[in-house]
Design a protein around this ligand. Structure first.
Ligand code: DAH
Length: 351
C-alpha cells in the first residue's frame, strides 16, 4: 500500500515531467523520458497500481488527477517529438540545400600554347597551298642532319658548341637535329622512283646555346620543300609572298636578299617590311626597316643528286623558319623565354 508520502512523491514527479520533456535535447532523450514517466516502472504506473488499495475518497481524488497528469505528459511528449523531428528535418534540408542563385564555381579552361597556335596557322595556310605534313625524328644521324645537306666537313655548325651529340664523335654519331632540313632528305629518299614532293616539316630543333632574350636551346622550325620538274625561283617567291601575306596580313611587303646555305644555291634571306614602324626604323627592326623572317633557296643540285633525284630533270625550292621568331613578331614578344615559362598571364593573351 502506498503511503501518503509515496503518493505525493509520484505526483510531484509527474507534475515536473512536462518541463523535463520540453527541455529534451534529442529524440533519443525524449524516448528515455517517455519510458521513465509512462513506462511500467514509472511514477504513473506506480500510482495507478497503488490506487486500488486506497480509500474510496482518495481514489476519487487521485484517479482523475493521475489521468490529467498522464494527458499533460502525453501532450508534452507529442509536442516535443514534433518539434524535434521538425528541427532534424530542417538540419537535413540545410545540409543538402542547393542554392541555384549562387555564382558557379570557377572552371578555368585550358587553351592551346601560342607556339602551337602559330605553327598551326602556318600549317593551315601551307596545307591550303597543296603542301602536306611531314615529320622526322628528333634524334638524327649526322648524315641526315649534315652530310646529305652538303655541309662541308669543317662546317662550324657541326662543332659540339652548336650541336648536342648523343654519342662520342668518332663512331657514327647520333645527335639532336639542329634544324628541320634533314626531313627534306628523308622525304626525297622515300620516293622511289623519284616523284614530285611538296611538304612542310614543322617540329622541334635543338642547339647547344645559352638561353637569352632571343636564344633558346630548344626551339621550333617549319621547313618547306617543293621538288618537281621545272620549279624556279619565281615559284619560291610567289609561294612565300602568298604565305607571308596570309600570315602577317594583306599588303605585307617582302624582299629577298642574297644569302648562303650549304643545301641551297642560290640562297636567299627573306625579310618583311617592319610590322611596327613600316620601314621608317624602330628598335624592333633595329632601325633597319626590315625584319628577317626566314631562310630559303633553290635546292642544291648536289643535294638532289645524293637523294636520288637527277638535277637535270628535277629542281626545287626550300625554306626554313623559326616559329618562335615569327610568334614574337606577330605578338610583339620581347623575350623568347616567355614561351617556355608557362606564365598564365602571358599564355592567356593568345588565341
Ligand atoms: N636549316 C636552316 C637553319 O636552320 C634554315 C633553312 C635555310 C632551311 C634555307 C632551308 C633553306 O630549307 O632553304 O638555319
Amino acid at each position: 500500500m502506498l503511503t501518503p508520502e509515496q503518493v505525493e512523491a509520484c505526483l510531484r514527479e509527474l507534475l515536473r515531467a512536462p518541463d523535463d520533456i520540453r527541455a529534451a535535447p534529442s529524440l533519443a532523450r525524449l524516448e528515455e523520458l517517455r519510458i521513465e514517466h509512462l513506462g511500467r516502472k514509472g511514477a504513473l504506473s506506480t500510482l495507478l497500481r497503488g490506487l486500488k488499495d486506497l480509500p474510496l475518497a482518495e481514489r476519487k481524488r487521485l484517479g482523475p488527477e493521475a489521468n490529467g497528469l498522464k494527458e499533460r505528459i502525453e501532450t508534452a511528449l507529442a509536442e516535443r517529438r514534433k518539434a524535434l523531428e521538425g528541427a532534424e528535418f530542417g538540419r537535413e534540408i540545410e545540409s543538402v540545400r542547393l542554392d541555384l542563385s549562387l555564382p558557379g564555381a570557377p572552371f578555368p579552361r585550358g587553351r592551346r600554347h601560342p607556339l602551337s597556335l602559330v605553327m598551326d596557322e602556318m600549317a593551315e595556310i601551307l596545307l591550303g597551298l597543296g603542301f602536306s605534313w611531314a615529320e622526322g625524328p628528333h634524334v638524327e644521324s649526322d648524315r641526315y642532319n649534315f652530310w646529305a645537306l652538303n655541309f662541308p666537313p669543317e662546317h662550324p655548325a657541326m662543332d659540339a658548341h652548336d650541336t648536342f651529340y648523343m654519342k662520342a664523335r668518332g663512331e657514327r654519331p647520333l645527335l639532336l637535329r639542329t634544324h628541320t632540313s634533314p626531313v627534306q632528305i628523308r622525304v626525297l629518299e622515300s620516293q622511289r622512283p623519284p616523284a614530285p614532293v611538296r611538304i612542310i616539316a614543322p617540329g622541334r630543333v635543338f642547339r647547344h646555346e645559352n638561353a637569352d632574350a632571343s636564344h633558346s636551346a630548344v626551339f621550333h622550325q617549319v621547313e618547306g620543300l617543293y621538288v618537281d620538274r621545272g620549279v624556279t625561283m619565281a615559284d619560291l617567291k610567289g609561294t612565300l609572298r602568298l604565305f607571308l601575306e596570309a600570315l602577317f596580313g594583306p599588303g605585307t611587303r617582302m624582299r629577298l636578299r642574297p644569302s648562303f646555305f650549304p643545301f641551297t644555291e642560290p640562297s636567299a634571306q627573306v625579310d618583311i617590311l617592319c610590322t611596327i614602324c613600316r620601314g621608317s626604323g624602330c628598335p624592333v627592326c633595329k632601325k633597319l626597316g626590315w625584319l628577317e623572317v626566314l631562310g630559303s633557296g633553290m635546292v642544291h643540285p648536289k643535294v638532289l643528286q645524293d637523294a636520288g633525284y637527277d638535277p637535270e630533270v628535277w629542281s626545287g625550292y626550300a625554306w626554313g623558319l623559326g616559329v618562335e621568331r615569327i610568334a614574337m613578331l606577330k605578338g610583339q614578344v620581347r623575350d623568347i623565354r616567355l614561351f617556355y615559362q608557362n606564365d598564365i598571364r602571358f599564355l592567356e593573351q593568345w588565341g
